[in-house]
Write a protein that binds this ligand. Structure first.
Ligand SMILES: [Zn+2]
Ligand SMILES: [Zn+2]
Length: 305
């Protein structure tokens, strides 16, 4: 496994980009990169010639300009025939910097109402608040509380209070990337394993899963059910019951739907996720790679649990 050497990488990335002229170069190429939204194939943008780029950035000294431009090649800027274009990494740096503008948006989600609590017997209301890049949805009556990572740009640019589904669609997308093995921060490969505490013995109701990016080292926590959320058998079970799985929010599971996760055996590792909707159940067995090895649909328990 590739060991991340984050410190060295960070020095390199920030060292290269932390300069006014270089930022201006990235900005100028970004403007070119986003200038022709209609162009669907071929290079995303026409190369900008050296002299044009230098004029746009506004550096008179050609040697000094060349020195800074050179530092950005090849990671962030590609030199091709006719001039310079932004690489994908270059576009990501600019995108991340633009997103970073939206850092003081705490007020935007101050106690936004998210609908009725779905915990049985609870008559409370769910409210969302935003702090430090995390949305917290909590019930004003019971102790239901869901915390999820949502970047400031999502909350800062759209009216999440008026359209809470935005949060759901964002977290769904993040989870789908994660279980498919792509890091949400760096796009690197993500490995998943059952949390250490669970391999000691069977658990009750949930199986914690740890996802670690093998490229940047970032860590995410979920549970076994995320690996089956969009499995065709689950999607069709829910569809038959009139539920669109894409609309199920982390904080608001429909009352007729329940997930139960158990460790069925340790060697070989077998996890079971049981999805129950009304009177139907679906048992899904996952192996140690979280691949589905069995999916069995049948009638649910006669009188519930
Ligand atoms: Zn509640
Ligand atoms: Zn990563």
């Amino acid at each position: 496994m590739h060991e991340p050497s984050l410190g060295a990488d960070l020095d390199e990335v920030f060292g290269v980009v932390a300069n006014e002229t270089r930022i201006a170069i990235l900005r100028a190429l970004w403007d070119e990169h986003t200038a022709n939204p209609e162009e669907v194939d071929g290079p995303r943008s026409d190369p900008v010639a050296f002299s044009t780029l230098r004029e746009r950035v506004g550096v008179a000294d050609s040697g000094q300009f060349n020195y800074h431009l050179d530092k950005l090649v090849p990671e962030f800027v590609q030199h091709r025939e006719g001039g310079y274009v932004l690489t994908h990494a270059g576009a990501q740096v600019v995108g991340a910097a633009v997103s970073g503008v939206y850092t003081d948006t705490d007020a935007d989600l101050e106690a936004a109402e998210m609908g009725a609590c779905t915990v049985s017997d609870c008559t409370g209301t769910l409210e969302a608040s935003y702090e430090d890049g995390h949305v917290t949805v909590a019930c004003d009556t019971c102790d239901l509380r869901t915390v999820m990572h949502v970047p400031p740009v999502v909350v800062g640019t759209q009216d999440v209070g008026a359209n809470p589904d935005l949060l759901q669609q964002f977290t769904l997308t993040e989870m789908q990337r994660l279980v498919r093995g792509f890091c949400n921060l760096c796009d690197g490969p993500v490995g998943a394993r059952v949390a250490d505490s669970l391999t000691d013995g069977p658990s009750e109701g949930s199986v914690a899963v740890v996802h670690v990016c093998q490229s940047c080292g970032s860590i995410s926590h979920t549970s076994a059910a995320v690996f089956v959320l969009d499995h065709p058998a689950v999607v069709s079970l829910l569809h038959d019951a009139g539920i669109d799985y894409r609309s199920i929010a982390l904080w608001q599971t429909p009352p007729e739907l329940a997930y139960e996760e158990t460790v069925r055996s340790l060697d070989p590792l077998r996890l079971e996720v049981t999805v129950t909707v009304d009177s139907e159940t679906l048992d899904i067995v996952l192996d140690d790679d979280f691949d589905v090895v069995e999916a069995r649909r049948g009638p649910g328990p006669a009188d519930g649990e």
